[in-house]
Design a protein around this ligand. Structure first.
Ligand code: SF4
Length: 289
């Protein structure tokens, strides 16, 4: 099998077979992200993807989950993606979940009918990065799309019957924009009502523009208390009945998990306890991406 460069996957794909459908990220400009900076984005030839799947089916014939990497696998033309999905169905009869990262642009390049076809062919879940629901934050981090564009893309995925997992980043607005980031991200999740919500906490990575901004005093990172307050405000603005909420990533100061809206009060109570000093925050040296 061919793997090019470092491979990234969502935490929930820890036990999945990972196959690169693309190399790198089609956008690759976000100021906080270092994941694919070393890679020149390209869609892999379909025959290479199929060859990897065939080889993997000999090594891992019982694979139940397959994650199509890298950063924007959904950008594959629909015909090619259908060929890949069909091959997975043939090679991995036990496979019960196929998922991929997708960018708002790659989703919007597909018609509603194409997305419905991909769902029918076995694409079960799409991971979408919202990062923030606040347009000023999105502009400053060079996300390249507005909150409404991300919301429209996510809604299109859901309408097609594909499950949607959406990630945002606590602290991405820094001290200057934390409140707008919290309110608008909560509202964006409300509009999206994803099946899964993942809230990471910002960690500055060396070599990224945001790291340089922070070093030069142009960006102020939230303290653990400020991040907890931000998450509280975000949750206050979230009305996502049935969404599974997870903020229990290695980057988070406090581990939160529950199903919205029924567990929202308990999670907010946890944050209040932390702010009152009754729960310890994760130590910095234990945090990681
Ligand atoms: S955050 Fe996502 S869209 Fe932005 S550069 Fe990183 S992988 Fe690409």
């Amino acid at each position: 099998m061919q793997y090019e460069g470092d491979i990234y996957r969502p935490p929930s794909e820890a036990h999945s077979l990972i196959v690169q459908a693309t190399v790198g990220c089609s956008h690759n400009r976000c100021t906080f992200c270092s994941m694919y900076k070393a890679k020149q984005f390209r869609v892999r030839p379909t025959e290479d993807i199929l060859a990897d799947l065939t080889e993997a089916s000999i090594l891992y014939p019982g694979a139940e989950r397959i994650f199509l990497a890298d950063g924007d696998a959904l950008i594959l033309p629909t015909a090619e993606m259908l060929t890949v999905l069909s091959h997975i169905r043939t090679c991995f009869p036990a496979c019960r979940r196929i998922s991929a990262y997708a960018s708002p642009r790659s989703i919007m390049l597909k018609t509603a009918e194409e997305l419905t076809c991909l769902c029918a062919a076995g694409l079960d879940m799409v991971y979408l990065g919202l990062e923030s629901g606040n347009d000023e934050v999105l502009r400053l981090v060079h996300k390249g799309v507005s909150a409404q564009e991300i919301i429209s893309a996510g809604q299109r995925v859901k309408c097609a019957g594909i499950r949607l997992s959406v990630t945002a980043i606590s602290g991405l607005g820094g001290k200057a924009l934390w409140h707008g980031h919290a309110v608008d991200t909560g509202k964006a999740f409300t509009a999206l009502k994803p099946d899964y919500i993942g809230l990471l906490t910002l960690m500055l990575e060396k070599g990224t523009p945001l790291f340089s901004d922070a070093a030069a005093g142009r960006f102020a990172v939230l303290s653990p208390d400020e991040a907890a307050l931000e998450t509280l405000v975000m949750l206050e603005h979230m009305d996502c009945e049935g969404s599974i909420f997870r903020s229990n990533h290695a980057s988070n100061y406090i581990s939160l998990r529950g199903t919205l809206n029924k567990d929202r009060s308990a999670m907010m109570e946890q944050l209040h306890s932390a702010l009152a000093g009754h729960i310890d925050y994760k130590k910095e040296y234990l945090r990681m991406l």
